[in-house]
Design a protein around this ligand. Structure first.
Ligand SMILES: [Zn+2]
Ligand SMILES: [Zn+2]
Length: 365
């Protein structure tokens, strides 16, 4: 049976619905019926042409949940759980890291492996159903599949979506110590997830700068203690209040998940001396910004870290923790609206305009 897929043919082009041939499922491969995929902020950036080297036309959707239709020769998921037809799973969008190059073997940072492929981003629609905005997704042999266990369902996972794992990775990268004050810049899915996992990591106080109100309210449900609307406060006003909360020193950790260059200077001026700053919101090129290397970095003795995407261990650890603390992590509440395959253009517009926090694509709708 042919597969209907929503295709981004080029930056700024209207979305098209294509029909693809069913793939031949190789031994070790898994064919999924898509339950839900999502619109990540990166998909909006892809449409705006802000990521280099994307092989348009593509089927977007890098984080998805699906039901196993066929899995010849695959008896267990990546963590050894029994896997059978009908099981609901998610998977790591990144695969084909080579385990043989300098980045994989020496630096041990497979997220910088040049062979790395990403579902929904680095495959052409001509290659096959390798994106979530389609009725079925073909997971090639070697893609890491994880069955949803511990009471987690599709809405839990896709409500956080890509941001859930990216926010987890950013909080993890920050090396939060128990009792720290953590400031998160940005209240999209990545920022909300970073705030949630910072709180679970033992932060004494989690602060969020973002917008709009609905997202700031969600941040408090997910574990933030205080928030500032970036559109209604000035940097000076925020600075005064945040310094007052931190003994005049500033937060121990700042996590950037806003994707706007102006946030960088504000964070470097705010973070305490010797603190840590993690930049995760600039996955695509949003431009440049001015900083003062003397006052903002050197004299501050600040530790600045970038976080590029996620690896399998982030996915596995985030889902394990999520299952344990499902009641504290209501990511499903991020879901703003559900869209069918013919409505992906509108979904992209709604995310770009911040009308929904998380737009879900349900190809079966
Ligand atoms: Zn490699
Ligand atoms: Zn994403």
């Amino acid at each position: 049976m042919p597969i209907r897929a929503s295709v981004m043919t080029a930056p700024h082009a209207p979305m098209e619905t294509w029909t693809l041939d069913d793939p031949v499922v190789e031994p070790g491969g898994v064919l999924l019926e898509t339950v839900a995929s999502e619109v990540c902020g990166t998909d909006v950036h892809l449409l705006h042409g802000r990521l280099a080297g994307v092989p348009f036309p593509i089927i977007p959707g890098h984080v998805s949940v699906g039901r196993v239709l066929e899995a010849p020769g695959v008896e267990r998921d990546a963590l050894g759980e029994p896997l059978a037809e009908g099981d609901v799973v998610t998977f790591l969008d990144v695969h084909e890291v080579c385990n043989a190059c300098w980045h994989c073997l020496v630096a041990r940072q497979p997220n910088r492996c040049p062979s790395r492929k990403v579902y929904g981003i680095t495959y052409s629609a001509h290659d096959g159903p390798f994106g979530g905005w389609a009725e079925r997704i073909y997971l090639q042999p070697g893609v890491r599949v994880l069955k949803l266990t511990g009471g987690l369902d599709a809405d839990d996972v896709i409500g956080g979506g890509c941001g859930l794992f990216t926010g987890f990775a950013a909080a993890d990268r920050a090396g939060i110590r128990m009792g720290d004050t953590v400031l998160v810049q940005g209240s999209g899915p990545v920022g909300l997830s970073a705030a949630a996992f910072a709180s679970l990591s033992g932060a004494a106080r989690v602060l969020v700068i973002g917008a709009p109100d609905a997202r700031l309210a969600l941040s408090r449900e997910l574990g933030a203690d205080a928030s500032w609307d970036v559109t209604r406060t000035t940097e000076d006003e925020r600075r005064e209040e945040i310094l007052a909360l931190t003994g005049g020193r500033g937060p121990d950790v700042v996590i950037e998940a806003a994707g706007h260059p102006s946030t960088i200077g504000e964070a470097l001026r705010l973070v305490r001396d010797g603190g840590t700053y993690v930049v995760v919101g600039h996955y695509t090129d949003a431009g440049e910004t001015a900083i003062n290397p003397h006052t903002d970095i050197n004299r501050k003795h600040v530790d600045i870290r970038g976080q590029w995407g996620t690896d399998f261990h982030h996915l596995a650890r985030a889902l394990t923790l999520f299952a344990r603390h499902r009641d504290r992590l209501p990511f499903r509440k991020l879901i703003g609206e559900r869209y069918g395959l013919e409505e992906t253009g509108r979904a992209l517009e709604d995310v770009a305009a911040l009308r929904v926090t998380k737009a879900i694509i349900e190809p079966g709708r």
